[in-house]
Design a protein. Structure first.
Length: 456
């Protein structure tokens, strides 16, 4: 096991990793930017080290700064969290070249799964059904138009690198495609340093379902169930739950078992998430893999009792998985609400400011993963995520009831948040009965803003 881990991330995930390190008896150093000097993770860390100014490119995205920080603080491993350099195979290789361990898939595995289009082909060869898409990357606009005509509109433009909805657009006509390509290339280049794009057929009325897998370097793999991420805004997840209401038990079993078999066969290693679209008939189609811990991992933890960050660390240290699929027990129902600093009434405009008061909800089955505290200044430089409210109950309706209570108790004063929006989602009949699809928020529209603009 590692002696000391550098946590190369910020916000709630930095604090989440720090707590697991504490439980495992592993030393932890938090790397922070100048803007994050007063975060909770920095305050609680065994040691903290500044890696640069607020600009992510010169701090959390700077491989030299992070590697230097790990070396001078005598760390023997680096945990990248999610986002930033978490799926960067070049950074993982540099980490290994400096005698350190990258906590995540090894660099050769990250390189193998780096291209989303290439990964679709790879996992299709290992038995996963995929949505029709372009053959390789789009060379230019003419190539995109030819491929879209072959696939059939509507199509989804997707970046080969990264995630989080950046660089993605659904288009229904050649004119829309030409207009969107420039925007998507620009967004992908700015977010991921890679402007390569590809196309996928757009499925109307689909569900977005993902499978959490754990695979060790010895070829042993298990799944930790599936999560439904269909409540999205502009392809960015807002609410996640597990299990999905969209699948029968037989289809759920087939989906999860197929996912594990495919990634083990393709030589994957460590924690990973395979994402699928599910059509009206319950058929699933693989779209991409995330080679890192996911924002929504707590709902899988709440149902399984596993600490997925600890599993990441164990496997990166070379330990075998140590248990079979039969040992993974998934109980009850869990829902996660992403609590963001954003003004829903004004097109979800990101907010910054000082937290005047913060009160997390409590009670059975309630978990709040957040780095907030009264007096904390939310900076304007990063993602607007303030925390994740995670609810567990024996069944879905009980989880929804507990969620209403917890969202009513949650207090974040001093800036506008999306808490009222989450309350509105819980009042929507399609969400209540589990019949929603990825167009839920488009359908709700401004009616769901409820007290939008009111400070919560």
């Amino acid at each position: 096991m590692f002696e000391r881990i550098l946590i190369a991330n910020r916000g709630e995930i930095a604090l989440r990793i720090l707590r697991t390190c504490r439980r495992m008896g592993v030393g932890a150093v938090v790397a922070y930017s100048e803007a994050d000097r007063d975060t909770r993770a920095v305050q609680l860390a065994d040691e903290a080290i500044c890696i640069g100014p607020a600009e992510a490119r010169r701090s959390y995205l700077s491989a030299p700064a992070i590697l230097s920080a790990a070396i001078v603080t005598a760390c023997d491993a680096i945990h990248p969290g999610y986002g930033f350099l978490s799926e960067d195979d070049a950074f993982a290789e540099m980490t290994r070249a400096h005698g350190l361990t990258f906590i995540g898939p090894p660099p050769e595995v990250l390189e193998r799964f780096a291209s989303k289009a290439g990964t679709r082909q790879l996992l299709a060869a290992h038995g996963l059904p995929t949505i029709p898409g372009s053959e390789g990357m789009l060379v230019d606009d003419d190539h995109a138009l030819e491929e879209a005509e072959r696939i059939g509109y509507p199509v989804l433009i997707k970046p080969s690198a990264g995630g989080g909805g950046r660089g993605m657009r659904m288009v229904r006509t050649p004119r829309e495609l030409q207009q969107a390509l420039t925007i998507c290339r620009s967004e992908a280049q700015a977010a991921f340093g890679d402007d390569s794009l590809y196309l996928e057929k757009w499925l109307e009325e689909n569900r977005h379902v993902e499978v959490q897998v754990i695979v060790d370097r010895y070829g042993n793999g298990v799944h930790v169930g599936e999560r439904d991420c269909s409540v999205q805004r502009r392809h960015q997840k807002v609410v996640e739950e597990s299990p999905t209401p969209a699948l029968s038990e037989a289809m759920r079993r087939r989906l999860c078992e197929s996912a594990v078999a495919a990634v083990v066969g393709a030589g994957y290693e460590n924690i990973g998430t395979l994402e699928f679209l599910v059509d009206r008939d319950g058929e699933f189609y693989f779209i991409e893999i995330n080679c890192r811990i996911q924002v929504e991992h707590p709902i899988s933890e709440m149902r399984s009792g596993l600490d997925l960050v600890a599993e990441q660390i164990r496997i990166a240290a070379g330990e075998p998985l140590g248990y079979s699929q039969d040992a993974v027990r998934l109980d009850g129902h869990a829902i996660e609400f992403r609590i963001n600093a954003e003004d829903v009434a004004h097109d979800f405009r990101p907010q910054a400011g000082t937290v005047g008061a913060y009160l997390a909800p409590g009670g059975p089955g309630v978990r709040m993963d957040s780095h907030l505290y009264a007096g904390y200044e939310v900076p304007p430089y990063y993602d607007s995520l303030l925390g994740k409210l995670v609810i567990w109950a024996p069944d879905r309706q009980s989880a929804i009831a507990r969620s209403r209570i917890a969202l009513g108790e949650l207090v974040i004063e001093g800036l506008i948040t999306n808490i009222p929006f989450h309350r509105a989602i819980l009042d929507d009949q399609a969400f209540i009965d589990g019949s929603f699809t990825t167009n839920l928020l488009d359908r709700i529209g401004s009616a769901a803003f409820v007290a939008g603009g009111r400070r919560s």
